[in-house]
Write a protein that binds this ligand. Structure first.
Ligand code: SF4
Length: 285
């Protein structure tokens, strides 16, 4: 009989859990809920909420909706989205993760300070990612988003620099970027490790989990940055690690003999029920 174990430390972080609970409570109450963007970077969970009646809309749609509740997801929103809801008759349920909310406030305060000294706000993150859009919005759109060393050419090194990171970024990569920027800078560089411990603390834990099994199956959404980081950690620890978004993506040929042990784990955006479904299918191979 094959041993299949699910990682108890995997699954929703508290920010995502809180947003999903808000959505579920509203829907169970019979409210009409419009979530601005995917509530979680996990298609299976989004489909579950859609079947309860939740609709995903773009921020440009807010002004076209007549009644109901607008839900802001854990990633947070830019000030312009708050303004759109304020101008409407709609109810706002703001499920922005408290960690992201605090980061937005810090960036806004830093932007006001840097403006006085002609400084620049740098955000180490993924361009266009919902959280990053919300962060850039705190700076009147002026923050420079740097994804990698290529992005350094956007920075004016003769001016002061203050660096923040998208919460799901790898802290080691942040330190490397800070070192590259500090090397070129003509003025002192301020930086803040704003990566989220809910994500970074998972890297050593998931590595320890992955090392215990012959095969690791990682369950995550294809659009999730956090899933990429955590899957990479599994792969570094155990080369027999595979990424799936649902049980249908499992391949029988990954599992050679029935005595091979299998660990199932996932991202902060992966629902536990989905890992259970994947584990159940593996045990049938
Ligand atoms: S990873 Fe951290 S910052 Fe992001 S939603 Fe979860 S708890 Fe909040």
């Amino acid at each position: 009989m094959r041993k299949v174990e699910i990682d108890k430390n995997s699954g929703f972080c508290f920010g995502v859990r809180k947003a999903i609970e808000s959505a579920t409570n509203l829907l169970d109450n019979g409210d009409k809920v419009y979530c601005v963007g995917d509530i979680v970077h996990n298609e299976e969970e989004s489909n579950r909420l859609a079947s309860k009646g939740m609709e995903i809309i773009g921020k440009e749609d807010i002004s076209t909706i007549k009644d109901g509740t607008i839900l802001f997801r854990a990633h947070g929103e830019e000030p312009a989205s708050y303004l759109k809801v304020k101008k409407s008759e709609l109810i706002l349920n703001d499920a922005t993760c408290p960690v992201v909310l605090k980061l937005q406030q810090r960036i806004r305060a830093a932007y006001e300070q840097q403006k006085k000294v002609n400084g620049q706000i740098i955000i180490f993150g993924k361009k266009g990612h919902a959280e990053v859009v919300g962060l850039v919005g705190q700076t009147n759109g002026e923050a420079i988003v740097v994804e990698n060393s290529e992005g350094l050419k956007l920075i004016d090194f003769s001016r002061p620099i203050e660096i923040f990171a998208q919460t799901t970024k790898n802290p080691d990569e942040l330190k490397q970027l800070v070192a590259l920027i500090s090397d070129k800078a003509k003025k002192p560089v301020q930086w803040h490790n704003t990566t989220c411990k809910q994500v970074t603390g998972r890297v050593p834990r998931i590595k320890a989990f992955a090392s215990q099994f012959d095969i690791v199956v990682f369950v995550g959404g294809k659009k999730s940055s956090n899933a990429k980081v955590l899957f990479q950690a599994c792969k570094e620890e155990n080369e027999n690690s595979y990424f799936v978004s649902s049980a249908d993506e499992l391949k029988k040929e990954w599992f050679h003999t029935s005595d091979q042990s299998v660990g199932v784990c996932g991202a902060t955006s992966t629902p536990f029920w989905l890992m259970e479904k994947v584990a159940e299918k593996i045990s049938q191979f």
